[in-house]
Design a protein around this ligand. Structure first.
Ligand code: DAT
Length: 174
């Protein structure tokens, strides 16, 4: 029996924009598999050092890619990560960059316990649309979409749009 073809979706954006919230619910509604790259790296200790300035481990990108490649080739994976240029372009059928207004993002990240430089740099990352630009460079522009992620209404609307896109993709490819 041949498996139905299923798309791979990348959810990216500055920390705190709502990737995890969207990704988990999307997995529920589509049956696709949700993968949080931060957690995957943590579980497998896929690190290659420690960043003293940001006080966080440095991802071993090659090992992360190796770890995921087989699953990505199979298809049907939702990947959640706050950066996007480490992944092979061939992995993804569509890329969503979530965007949050900076005052709102500030409040969310403060709530997560971020302070000082880490808080400022992440809010600035969103203001400068760093991840959107990274995505536009790393992937074909036609597959990169920005999604507002400020409210529960935005979340629901994003979910509905992506569920619909996924269903259409599966019709077109099976
Ligand atoms: P990320 O995975 O991008 O770091 P998250 O999913 O953990 O972000 O969400 C960060 C916080 O923001 C969390 O408290 C849930 C909240 N949140 C997520 N999406 C939201 C939305 N569309 N509207 C309001 N709050 C949202």
């Amino acid at each position: 029996m041949k498996m139905r073809k299923r798309p791979n979706i990348l959810l990216t954006g500055t920390p705190g924009v709502g990737k995890t919230t969207l990704g988990k619910e999307l997995a529920q509604r589509t049956g696709l598999t949700y993968v949080n790259v931060g957690e995957l790296a943590q579980e497998g200790q896929l690190y290659e050092g420690y960043d003293e300035e940001y006080q966080c481990p440095i991802l071993d990108e090659d090992r992360v890619v190796d770890e995921l490649d087989e699953k990505m080739i199979e298809g049907g994976v939702i990947v959640d990560y706050h950066s996007c240029d480490l992944f092979p372009e061939r992995w993804f059928h569509i890329v969503f960059v979530l965007r949050t207004d900076n005052t709102q993002l500030y409040t969310r990240l403060e709530g997560r316990g971020y302070t000082g430089k880490k808080l400022q740099d992440n809010v600035q990352c969103e203001i400068f649309q760093t991840i959107y630009e990274e995505a536009m460079e790393a992937y074909s522009e036609e597959i990169v979409h920005q999604l507002p992620s400020n409210s529960p209404e935005d979340l629901e609307s994003n979910l509905e749009q992506i569920v619909q896109w996924t269903e259409q993709w599966m019709k077109d490819h099976n």
